[in-house]
Design a binder for this molecule. Structure first.
Ligand code: IMP
Ligand code: MG
Length: 189
């Protein structure tokens, strides 16, 4: 069996029409940070059974890698939202496409996002969950664009703060594609 090289797939650039994307966060750095985040969450939720709620589609890879690094018993569920359409800028409207299937009342909820940009989607989710009286609610986002935040949302665990530029890969799409890239790429000027 050949040795598995984590970064064998790293591409120097991803060209989409006239747009060129270059590596921003490599797979090995993503995995290292996610391991740390899993450890920190496990410490903070000792003796509890949190429910990780992933926001589809973008957060599916992050959620799966994150919970592999969580050592307390936990459950998972998903919301599905749509806000971007097929564009690189948000439509400014959030639609709920798939409801939760679990009962969040009295539970320790951890919302898992791929990226917080304006914060509109996160605000929308918090407003959906809060009336159901969870025991606690925290937010984990792999990426945050701090200079784009326009809504007052508290993000308890942040993987990486990144510039306010469009990114793809590791779950993040451009017109539904490129989620399967193993690293994160940023649109270069
Ligand atoms: P917000 O509602 O403006 O915070 O945007 C959050 C959602 O928009 C995320 O859950 C992503 O699905 C999407 N999004 C924001 N920035 C990017 C990006 O740079 N690339 C791909 N999707 C993004
Ligand atoms: Mg998302």
């Amino acid at each position: 069996m050949p040795e598995i090289r984590m970064e064998a797939d790293i591409k120097e650039k991803v060209v989409i029409g006239s747009d060129v994307f270059v590596p921003l966060i490599k797979e090995s750095n993503l995995q290292k940070r996610i391991m740390e985040m899993g450890k920190e969450i496990s410490e903070n939720y000792k003796g509890k059974v949190p429910v990780f709620i992933g926001v589809l589609n973008g957060a599916f890879l992050f959620l799966s890698d994150l919970i592999k690094n969580v050592t307390v018993d936990c459950e998972i569920d998903f919301f599905k939202l749509s806000s971007y359409g097929d564009e690189k800028i948000s439509s400014g409207k959030v639609k709920l496409i798939k409801e939760l299937s679990c009962d969040v009342s009295g539970r320790d909820i951890i919302i898992v996002e791929d990226i917080v940009d304006s914060g509109l989607s996160m605000k929308f989710i918090e407003d959906l969950i809060a009336p159901h009286n969870p025991a606690s609610m925290s937010v984990v986002s792999l990426l945050v664009k701090p200079n784009s935040l326009r809504y007052n949302v508290k993000i308890d665990y942040i993987g990486f703060n990144i510039p306010s530029k469009f990114v793809i890969g590791y779950g993040l799409d451009y017109a539904q594609k490129y989620r399967n890239l193993r690293s994160i790429y940023v649109l270069s000027e």
